[in-house]
Design a binder for this molecule. Sequence first.
Ligand SMILES: Cc1cc2nc3c(=O)[nH]c(=O)nc-3n(C[C@H](O)[C@H](O)[C@H](O)COP(=O)(O)OP(=O)(O)OC[C@H]3O[C@@H](n4cnc5c(N)ncnc54)[C@H](O)[C@@H]3O)c2cc1C
Length: 401
Amino acid sequence: MVSSAAPNTDDVLVLGAGAAGLFCAFTAGQRGRRVRVIEHANKVGKKILMSGGGRCNFTNTGTTHANYLSANPHFCKSALARYKPADFIALVERHGIRYHEKELGQLFCDESSKLIVRMLVDECRDAQVAIETDCAITAVSHRNGRYEVATPRGLYTAASLVVATGGLSIPSMGATGFGYQLARQFGHAVLPTRAGLVPLTLSGKPLDDHADLAGVALPVEAASGHQRFRGALLITHRGLSGPAILQISSYWQPGEPLSLNLLPDLDAADWLAAQQAERPATMLQTVLAEVLPKRYAQRLCERWLPSRPLRQYRPAELKAIAAQLESWPVTASGTEGYRTAEVTLGGVDTDGLDSKTMASRHQPGLYFIGEVVDVTGWLGGYNFQWAWASGHAAGLAVSGS
Ligand SMILES: Cc1cc2nc3c(=O)[nH]c(=O)nc-3n(C[C@H](O)[C@H](O)[C@H](O)COP(=O)(O)OP(=O)(O)OC[C@H]3O[C@@H](n4cnc5c(N)ncnc54)[C@H](O)[C@@H]3O)c2cc1C
């Protein structure tokens, strides 16, 4: 998509044609701003296309500020309050995109993520937004009240510059640290970044204990510090994944304790005592295999919980086993990193931004939106809702002079 408009007549330049950039661009365009989006990849919205397993979990109806990690947990409130999940759902419905709720307020397209990208591009077209793809940015500067963006296609200038270049996750999809570089260039602090919503890796004995169980899945509650998430755990060839692990990965740091409740739907002590009373001759492994995947129960009993007929356990022993099952320690060695992470934690410090408009407090006409900002959502549609809401906030604020 290459526009025919003359490069120097723009009011607003948006860097990055992802979720936040496209949303901001058409919001500003609808207000009569002349907007140009500059994207270095060969097509727009690549992460949207791969999101939600190809069906884009585009929002979560239960979104609140409590679903986000940020050094300032209050920062995201204003933008989220002014553009709600219901607003995005209304947009999706206007475009005739069918969707369904999977669980816990997570809304997915019935057909394909492509429809969300098409909707954003159609909105941009209707708002006369110019989109340049395959356009590398070589330098950005601010001179005489205008931003200058140098590219091999020439110099683009505008009064407002919106940085929507996302985080570092999935470099193969076009992710770069360019937004952080620009933030520092214009005097913003950037908080340390790390991979979030990412599988955990095991090494040494913990890996040996699990690797041949790759593919086994079970419901757990994963806990780190005061945070806990219920959901599926999936054992992989490298370690642990699945929604519960991805969620807790955003709160866990290497070296910190991490534990799993392997029986999240039971009171383990009561349940084991009842099993002992009802069928004292049954082996521990047999009863565990009724509430856990068989191979996993077998592994637990082979390596850590020697299996005997239930009548042979003293009450204190059964209680100790129950406590172990409810707080099973995990020694993860690290994460799979940005290669597979869904998001990047940290980023542009919100202290330097206005929470209502996403405008820089240091540099007039400069805005940061989406994942490049130190606001990171849980798994479940919250990250797109932040992209839409922060894009909307900046789109309503950007000016042409
Ligand atoms: C596999 C996967 C699945 C996901 N699924 C979901 C989901 O179902 N629901 C959900 O809420 N979130 C999901 N996410 C997270 C979500 O995709 C992101 O949080 C969201 O896309 C962030 O929007 P953004 O516009 O800030 O950044 P992005 O969408 O990453 O867009 C940034 C854009 O900037 C461009 N760019 C980068 N550097 C430059 C540069 N130097 N010059 C020009 N352009 C540049 C990039 O190519 C990209 O197009 C998923 C993420 C991944 C990786």
